[in-house]
Every structure is written in C-alpha cells, then in structure tokens.
Design a protein around this ligand. Structure first.
Ligand code: ZN
Ligand code: ZN
Ligand code: ZN
Length: 419
C-alpha cells in the first residue's frame, strides 16, 4: 500500500454491534466519524473473514433483501509479537470510518465550511497517539497556530432513516442559493443552544438556528435528498419526507438491529456434515463428473470412505434443501425454532468436533420445574468479549472525488476454544 492509514481511535467489538454499528457516528476526541458500509471494508478474506452461517444470512436477507450477499467479521490482523509499529501495512487496515458530519467549525474565527472546501487540513501529529488526529483550519486569520476544527453540531434526518449534513447554505439564504460567500456561526447567548446561535454569510444573509426547529422548522426545512452517508450515495428514486434538524450525538440518531444465532450443524450424518463443511468447493459440482475431477485433484481428501456416486447424491440433496430453504420468505424469519428442536432432542442431533449434546439427569431440587437438562459442548471462535479493534484513518478521494474516508486498524481478536 502506498498510503498510510493513521489510526484515529479504538472500538471494542461489542461497541461495533450495539453502539457504533455501520451508519452510526463515533465521537472521537477531536473528530466525529461514521462507520462505513461493508463495501468499504477490506476485501481481503484474510482480514475480514466471511461468516458462513446460512440461517443467519437467510434471516438478514429476509429483513434487508437479497442484495446482502455475505456476512463479514470485523477486520482482524495477525498479532505482532514485538512492540506495535503503526507503520506496518498490516496495522493499517481495519474498520473503515469517514468524517461525518462533513461541515466543520473553526472555534477561533467561527468559520463554518465543508471538508470538501479544502480549508481544513487533516493532521495526525503522532502515529502512536491516535487520539490526536484532527482537522485544523490552516489559514485561520484569528490564530497563528492552526486551530483544531470541531464538527458542526447540527445534522438532518428523515423518517425513512436518511442522514444528511445540515443544509447550511440554503438555510442561511432562506432557500436554494448559488451564493459562495463565507459562512460564520456566532453565539450570542451563554447557553450554546440553537436559540443562541446565528449563521451569517459574507453577502449579508443571516438566520438564527432556532428557525430550524419546532413549528418554524416544519415550515422551512427542505425535502430529504435520500442521502446514505455510510454507502456514500443517495437512495435511488430519492425520498419524499421532509427532513428534521437533529443534534450531533442525539441518542435517537442510530439504533442497531441485532440478530443472533447458534452455529448448529445442519446435517445429521457424516457424509452430509462433510458436504456442508466443504460446500464452498462442492457447490461448483453441477454434474457427477465434477466430483470425480475434484477427487483426482486432491480436493476431497476427507471423503475417502465414500464413492463418487454417494457424494453426488449428498451434494444434490444438500442443494435441494438449500433451494427449498431460500423459497421461505413468508412471515418473520424464525431463527430460534431450529435451535430449540435440535437442543431438545439431543439423541437425534448430529455430533461434530465442534458441537455435541448429551442429556443429563435433572437435579432433584429442580425436578418440579425442569423437564430436561441438556449438556452442550460448543467450540467458540473469536470470543468477542476479549477482542478490541482500533479505528484508524486514511485520506482517500471518494468514488466521486467528493468524499474523504478513513480506515481502521484492529487489535487482533482472540480465539478461545472451550469444551
Ligand atoms: Zn479559523
Ligand atoms: Zn451569501
Ligand atoms: Zn429521506
């Protein structure tokens, strides 16, 4: 890689799930950044491992649509034994984030401008101190040393879930404008609240922020542009909702949708389990002769005791079961019933190296309360509680040359086998 991706902060995996998922805004010491969509995550499977979990993928597709092709684990790099070197290439990939909102304020001269204006410069003074990463107003007239810029505290959102920058120019000029004057944001009261802020343009236009809220906001705020900053695009066909002004850091600006599943083996016989485990290869077997070719090229070493015909039959059965499963799109997707069915019938459950069930006696004191106790042996990979990820930054031109975004560096996930 020719560019450096300086680190801007750290996130724990649980934060990535519950607080700062894709599309959420992370408040770093000197920066406000958004966690970007999977399109921006490192494509290298060694860094962002694909999570092969058919039931979970099907549930996500049921909820979001079939454009979801795969599930990815957060980017992880190999643990380095020596002291952390922030310049190593493997330390420079991770959870990608982008500065958002795109409008910044210089606290010294009160200038309000978008990052695309080129008036702010991204600085990472010390690669070992990611918390010092920030934007500065490098030609500030009010301060010799370039002051650290702060994100504009206002954004807009609509009821369809779009999030956008506050329309600073149009708002100041009370409608669509081509004015390119310099905007400043001044406080004239002690509270720092919207009612005490006024935005002014060098052309003379000025407006109080209070106009963006409440009843006057309902009359003055524009129709949503359908912006999806985490995907760096706008919704096709636009959006018909009127936007509402919201504050950066508002607790209602992002909510996660959480789905969880137990990784259960799907097949119940040895051949079926092997087909399932090797499906990435076997799905390409569209006729029996391909099985023979796979075996000849050494791809089916674990299948020694089975004939090509037996494997072909199992492949066809697995494919049909999958296709039948894909057709089930009626009603809410049920992730729990298959888990319940398997866990309550331990005698019929498949046994693998990673997963075993055994029925044990109900303790006498609980005999009146419990019908059944099942012991579950389960291998946990990547126990999330122990892993930490860093979010790091990189300056890059966006796809339309408009947006700069940032990439992250994870601290490696620990793998803890149990049972
Ligand atoms: Zn300034
Ligand atoms: Zn103006
Ligand atoms: Zn919208």
């Amino acid at each position: 890689m020719s560019h450096i991706n300086p680190k801007v902060g750290e996130l724990r995996p649980s934060q990535l799930l519950y607080t700062y998922g894709i599309g959420a805004i992370v408040d770093l010491p000197n920066l406000s950044v958004m966690v970007m969509g999977l399109e921006d995550w490192p494509a290298d499977p060694g860094t962002s491992a694909e999570i092969v979990e058919d039931r979970l993928l099907a549930a996500v597709q049921w909820k979001l649509g079939h454009q979801v092709k795969k599930l990815l684990a957060p980017p992880v790099v190999a643990d380095s034994s020596g002291p952390l070197n922030p310049f190593e290439p493997e330390q420079q990939t991770g959870v990608p984030v982008a500065a958002f909102p795109r409008w910044m304020l210089c606290p010294a001269c009160r200038m309000l401008a978008p990052l695309d204006s080129g008036l702010f410069e991204f600085k990472t003074p010390n690669p070992f101190h990611p918390d010092q990463a920030r934007y500065v107003h490098h030609n500030c007239t009010k301060s010799g040393k370039p002051p650290t810029a702060v994100p504009a505290r206002f954004m807009t959102a609509c009821e369809n879930g779009h999030l956008d920058d506050f329309p600073w120019r149009d708002f100041t000029h009370k409608g669509p404008t081509y004015c390119t004057g310099v905007l400043t944001l001044s406080e004239y009261g002690p509270s720092g609240e919207a009612r005490d802020l006024e935005v002014k343009c060098t052309c003379g236009a000025r407006r109080r922020l209070a106009d963006a809220f409440g009843e006057s906001g309902k009359q003055t705020m524009p129709i949503c542009r359908g912006r999806r900053p985490h995907l760096r695009d706008f919704e096709e066909g636009g959006c018909k909702q009127q936007v509402k002004a919201i504050l950066l850091g508002a607790s209602n600006s992002w909510f996660p949708v959480i789905m969880s599943t137990l990784a259960l083996p799907g097949a119940s016989n040895k051949l079926g389990l092997l087909v399932e485990a090797n499906w990435a290869t076997l799905k390409h077997a569209v006729e029996p002769v391909v099985i023979t070719a796979f075996r000849a090229s050494g791809n089916l070493k674990d299948f020694g005791e089975f004939s090509d015909d037996e494997i072909w039959t199992a492949v066809e059965a697995y494919r049909q079961a999958q296709e039948a499963g894909n057709g089930e799109e009626e009603g809410p997707f049920d992730l729990r019933t298959p888990e319940w069915d398997m866990l309550t019938q331990p005698a019929h459950a498949p046994q693998t190296d990673d997963f075993q069930l055994r029925e044990v006696k109900v303790p006498p004191a609980y005999a009146a309360l419990l019908d059944q106790v099942v012991l579950v042996y389960f291998t946990l990979a990547g126990l999330a509680r122990l892993a930490r990820y860093n979010v790091t930054a990189e300056e890059l031109a966006g796809r339309q040359g408009k947006v700069r975004y940032y990439e992250g560096t994870p601290i490696p996930t620990s793998v803890v086998p149990l049972g």
